[in-house]
Design a protein around this ligand. Structure first.
Ligand code: ADP
Ligand code: MG
Length: 323
């Protein structure tokens, strides 16, 4: 694991929140139902992600730390076609390259788990370990060997906010998974994992906000839009949140955001922002896969149609709520 690995790592691992995001995605890919995230000093000191997913055997665990050792065989073009979030086998080796990492993992069918310690991408020990089924990844001293990267790290306050944001987006993308986040030993957020987006929103933003959200559900020929739309009245207090999830993946898209703002424009007091959590499910062929995998941006081949569907779905429920 030389310099090129550490440079490549910068693409995936920009800050503590990128580590959290990648580890969570792996847990989700491993069919976890509970994911626990704990950070110290906004993740700059330690990051731990524990799941109850499939786990790995010893050989796969060692392989997972090597570059391009994905078990999710797929090409980059398949980014949105495949069901899994990861696809290139780059996250774990990239994280390992710039930290001190302890990977513990056990498959349900095995009696014992495997513990692998790595420093700066080099495996320093492999041992058997007793543990519950699942995977437990501990990342310490992020960027200890890349001082240049450290310079880009903002305040712990900013980094902590990014960590919360990453967990929040993942929890809203996957209401069927129970998440907990703690920071410096204190609980920050917990979602029930009962499959209800409304319950995840209530857990993350409070019941007051959740109670002022109404369900959106619209099925088109090749597009399903579902989620929650905040009533305009909630926006008198607090800030807005507009979030989109495409085929289970948190995304950003200016045309969709514009569509939401347009729908709310005539309904909200000036300078207020809407609260909207929308899942879009569509044929992966209609999603432009030409986006950076670590970034959130997404494009659609029929962007106007998708934005139009979002506008109609939202407009309809808001009109109904007012009537
Ligand atoms: P990718 O997700 O693109 O396949 P990663 O570097 O993120 O690449 O992970 C490498 C491999 O390690 C995965 O393909 C998967 O087989 C395994 N893996 C990583 N995290 C977990 C986990 N939490 N549970 C089970 N397997 C995991
Ligand atoms: Mg991955």
């Amino acid at each position: 694991p030389g310099l090129s690995n550490r440079i490549a790592a910068g693409e995936v691992v920009e800050r503590p929140a990128s580590v959290v995001k990648e580890l969570i995605e792996n847990s989700i890919d491993a069919q976890a139902t509970h994911i626990r995230v704990a950070v110290e000093e906004a993740g700059m000191k330690t990051i731990r992600v524990v799941d109850d997913g499939t786990g790995m055997d010893r050989e796969d665990a060692q392989l997972a730390l090597r570059r391009h050792a994905t078990s999710k065989i797929a090409s980059e073009r398949d980014l949105f076609r495949i069901r899994t979030l990861g696809f290139r086998g780059e996250a774990l080796p990239s994280i390992a390259a710039v930290s001190k990492l302890v990977l513990k993992t056990r498959r349900r069918e095995d009696d014992a788990g495997t513990e692998i310690r790595a420093e700066g991408g080099t495996i320093v020990s492999t041992a058997e370990v007793g543990m519950a089924p699942g995977t437990d990844i501990f990342v310490e001293e992020l960027f200890f060997n890349t001082p240049a990267r450290l310079k880009y790290i903002k305040s712990l306050h900013t980094e902590g906010a990014h960590v919360v944001d990453a967990v929040t987006r993942a929890a809203l993308a996957h209401p069927e998974v129970a998440f907990t986040l703690s920071a410096d030993g204190r609980p920050v957020a917990t979602t029930p994992g009962d499959g209800r987006l409304l319950h995840a929103v209530a857990a993350l933003y409070g019941r007051d906000l959740a109670e002022k959200c109404i369900p959106v559900e619209e099925r088109g020929l090749d597009l399903r839009v579902w989620g929650l739309a905040g009533l305009p009245e909630i926006h008198r207090a607090g800030r807005g949140h507009v979030m989109f999830f495409v085929n289970g993946r948190p995304v950003r898209n200016p045309a969709l955001t514009r569509a939401v703002l347009d729908v709310y424009a005539g309904r909200l007091p000036i300078h207020r922002n809407p609260v909207v959590f929308l899942h879009l499910e569509l044929d992966p062929g209609l999603v432009d896969p030409n986006v950076h995998p670590a970034k959130l941006d997404v494009r659609f081949s029929e962007e106007r149609d998708v934005a139009g569907a979002v506008e109609r779905a939202l407009g309809r429920v808001l009109d109904r709520a007012r009537a």
